[in-house]
Design a protein around this ligand. Structure first.
Ligand SMILES: *Cc1c(COP(=O)(O)O)cnc(C)c1O
Length: 367
């Protein structure tokens, strides 16, 4: 009898590198560099170098990264920012926290990424910018979105929470818009032992502003120049992230290898894959497919002791939290189709070839 296979299993990474992680945590404790500080700053420098941006500003999570990016761009009450309907809800929170309104655009029918044509239709006099999401680790159509943005004088911010290391036309995500917002939530391609996030950018003005915002609105201690937040990255998270950043290239290769096998070897007409355009290098945060009856498929896999789940069962525009915006079913048909047909297959770097083969076999036997 095969063992239970989880959708993602983080314990394998910890067991493989236990001593390195514990040593890193021990150093932070020994120096009591707990909030911000030396280890958080060191990680910022390493992460900026990895992404290829001039700056990386560590924050306490990805949601705060998005909030800070919106504040640094001057987004506020009365403004609109276009975000995809098919994303994790936090993309929209960053807009809402400023008092501005997220406006939801549909995804394309095959890449499942934000659709530049639908974005163009959603622009009004109040629109300030667009947050594109490299969803599931697949870069969105950056050129298409940038063309719409330039034509209308809008900013583009990248939500890179699922796409550490992904490339669009050979360039790293996080360097393509005004700012890149990353999350290090456990289970993301690069993750903290708790919460973490980062904003990448090339402009010093953004970096300085976000450094102040995350630090209670002050540059000089006890002098508060604007209303700020407590959004600092913890030292322990910075130290852990510095360790795991060294593993990230290998983790990414492993995600790519397994995903390429899924793409090649899962050959069941009932299972539809995401399209990955030639000019992109995806990092496969989540391996999402669609099936005619996703609840039936998840049950079928569970009976074979393989855990699958769904990303995401409710598109943002139909979430209760945004009921006051007045969206209806049919407003974003591709995102709605996806939410009612998606299944996420097991995928994580430490998955063995045998486990991948088991997933492939089960998918091919599904009827
Ligand atoms: C995880 C995620 C976020 C939020 O990051 P947190 O660190 O959990 O706050 C934002 N956007 C997307 C697309 C995400 O997947």
């Amino acid at each position: 009898m095969a063992q239970h296979l989880k959708r993602i299993d983080l314990t394998r990474d910890f067991e493989a590198h236990r001593q390195e992680y514990l040593d890193a945590i021990g150093r932070v404790c020994g120096e009591t560099a707990f909030s911000g500080g030396k280890y958080a700053d060191a990680f910022d420098r390493e992460f900026a170098e990895y992404v290829g941006s001039r700056y990386a500003c560590g924050v306490n999570n990805g949601t705060s990264a998005l909030h800070c990016a919106m504040l640094a761009l001057g987004v506020g009450p009365g403004d609109e920012v276009i975000v995809p309907a098919n994303t994790y809800i936090a993309t929209a929170w960053g807009v809402s926290y400023t008092g501005a309104t997220p406006v939801f655009a549909d995804c394309t029918a095959d890449t499942w990424e934000i659709d530049p044509a639908d974005v163009a239709k959603k622009i009004t006099e109040r629109t300030k910018g667009i947050i594109g999401v490299h969803l599931y680790g697949q870069p969105f159509d950056v050129s298409g979105i940038q063309a719409v943005a330039e034509k209308n004088g809008l900013f583009v911010v990248e939500d890179c929470a699922q796409a550490h290391g992904a490339k669009f036309e050979g360039k790293n995500v996080g360097t393509l818009g005004e700012m890149g917002c990353f999350s290090f939530y456990p289970g993301k391609n690069l993750y903290a032992f708790g919460e973490g996030g980062s904003v990448t950018c090339d402009k010093k003005e953004y970096y300085d502003h976000i450094t102040r915002l995350k630090n209670q609105g002050c540059d000089v201690r006890y002098y508060h120049d604007e209303i700020g937040y407590n959004y600092r990255l913890e030292g322990i998270q910075g130290a852990v992230l510095s360790v795991s950043l060294r593993f990230l290239p290998e983790w990414t290769r492993r995600r790519q290898r397994i995903s390429e096998r899924y793409l090649r070897e899962i050959q069941n007409p009932r299972i539809t894959m995401q399209r990955h355009p030639e000019n992109t290098t995806p990092v496969y945060h989540l391996f999402v497919v669609t099936v005619p009856d996703h609840e039936d498929f998840v049950r079928y896999m569970a009976e074979a002791d393989v855990e699958c789940n769904m990303h995401y069962p409710v598109p943002c525009h139909l979430q209760k939290a945004y009921a006051h915006l007045g969206y209806r079913e049919g407003d974003c048909p591709n995102a709605e189709y996806l939410s009612s047909h998606c299944v996420t297959l097991p995928l994580f770097p430490e998955m063995t070839d045998e486990e991948a083969e088991r997933v492939i076999r089960l998918c091919n036997q599904y009827s």
